[in-house]
Design a protein around this ligand. Structure first.
Ligand SMILES: [Zn+2]
Length: 386
């Protein structure tokens, strides 16, 4: 069995193409991880997820500990077997979800007590219990339990929160059971304050993890400030370990973050959009509920080999969403995940071939075209006049 490690294969500027080796197989990076919060990538079968080329999926400690419970999943052979995903799984620590419960939670230096959003029952998560639960789930990648303050917040609030998260990171590491092919990631906090981010990177690298995540971004600060934070934080992170930007983002966010040296992403956007009739394409986004798709016989995207694009028209998808048929979200989620995976493959190839900036210019120009109307369909390239 492979030990858990990441190998850099190519660089292009700050961007990296690499391979993450794990107990559950390798993952080519940069990679986008579809979100499978409660043990399912919503509206998709696991065969559909696999068909998009996804290499790793996400699960969530908070949701799974409440229902069906970590011990029940362990008794069923772990999360891989339970959800029929033999590849690597990364589990969120539950910290982010618990923090977003607001009045339903009480935070202290040892951990968090909270009430279940399902039945109001009381539960407690600490760095130790979160790590234990992720072990019971058999997560390939365990995340440290941390606190993620909402932005904007005063610097002293962010500093105190970050320092507590760093103490929790040390406790999470202590509780982590080392197994061949399994890893644990520390999470860099510190809001958009550079001195705090620097202090956080140092605290985590002193402890030592198999990978490092950047948390506390994409929480309302905007893309410009997010990129500015990456510009100063990523270069001081370890070179030989994977870097994971949590909860990000749009196709443009992914591209810009890869250009700044990020290797891994997760986000609910493509799955959530798929349930609300929004399609991501090479030419921006489409809302399939719009009347103009009602008679459109073209696929969502001619370049996509997902089931929605290879077998169905925009008119059919429009009809499914208007009729509230469950197949609409199923097909469109599949398409959106297929698009995100294709985008990551394109980006990875461009890094290897040293033409990422060129690809980025083309991608951004096409996304800016927004809705893909009839006369904007790509025409066959006309050869330049010699
Ligand atoms: Zn498609």
């Amino acid at each position: 069995m492979s030990r858990f490690h990441w190998i850099c294969e190519s660089t292009d500027g700050a961007a990296r193409a690499g391979m993450l080796h794990t107990a559950h197989g390798p993952v080519a990076t940069p990679t986008f991880m579809p979100v499978g919060t409660v043990g399912t990538v919503k509206a998709m079968t696991m065969d559909a997820v696999r068909s998009t080329g996804a290499g790793i999926v996400l699960g969530n400690t908070y949701h799974l500990m409440l229902r069906p419970g970590a011990e029940r999943i362990r008794a069923q052979g772990g999360l891989h077997r339970f959800m029929d995903w033999s590849g690597p799984i990364l589990t969120d620590s539950g910290g982010f979800q618990v923090m977003s419960l607001g009045a339903l939670r009480k935070l202290d230096q040892d951990g968090v007590t909270f009430r279940s959003h399902i039945d109001g029952s009381y539960h407690r998560l600490t760095p130790e219990s979160s790590t234990d639960i992720q072990h019971a789930l058999d997560a390939t990648i365990t995340m440290c339990f941390d606190e993620c303050p909402a932005l904007p917040a005063p610097p002293e609030t962010i500093a105190a929160s970050m320092r507590m998260s760093m103490r929790w990171a040390a406790r999470s590491r202590e509780a982590f059971v080392q197994r061949t092919g399994y890893g644990q990631f520390g999470i860099v906090q510190g809001g958009t304050e550079q001195d705090l981010r620097t202090e956080s990177v140092k605290a985590l690298t002193d402890i030592g993890f198999e990978g490092y995540a950047i948390g506390g971004l994409a929480v309302g600060e905007g893309q410009e400030l997010m990129f500015a934070t990456l510009d100063t934080t990523v270069p001081i992170m370890p070179q030989n370990a994977p870097r994971y930007l949590m909860g990000v983002g749009t196709p443009d966010d992914l591209l810009g973050s890869v250009q700044r040296g990020v290797d891994m992403f997760d986000c609910v956007m493509p799955t959530r959009a798929g349930r609300t009739a929004r399609a991501y394409t090479e030419r921006g986004t489409l809302n399939l509920r719009n009347a103009r798709h009602a008679t459109d016989a073209r696929p969502i995207s001619p370049d996509c080999d997902c089931l929605a694009c290879s077998r169905h028209s925009r008119a059919y998808l429009h009809h499914l969403f208007r009729a509230n048929e469950i197949l609409g979200p199923m097909l469109l989620t599949w398409h959106n995940i297929a698009y995100y995976q294709r985008l990551m493959r394109q980006i990875r190839e461009a890094i290897i071939e040293g033409r990422l900036d060129e690809l980025a210019t083309t991608l951004r120009a096409n996304w800016a075209a927004e809705d893909w109307t009839e006369d904007e369909m790509p025409q066959p390239a006309i050869p330049p006049v010699p």
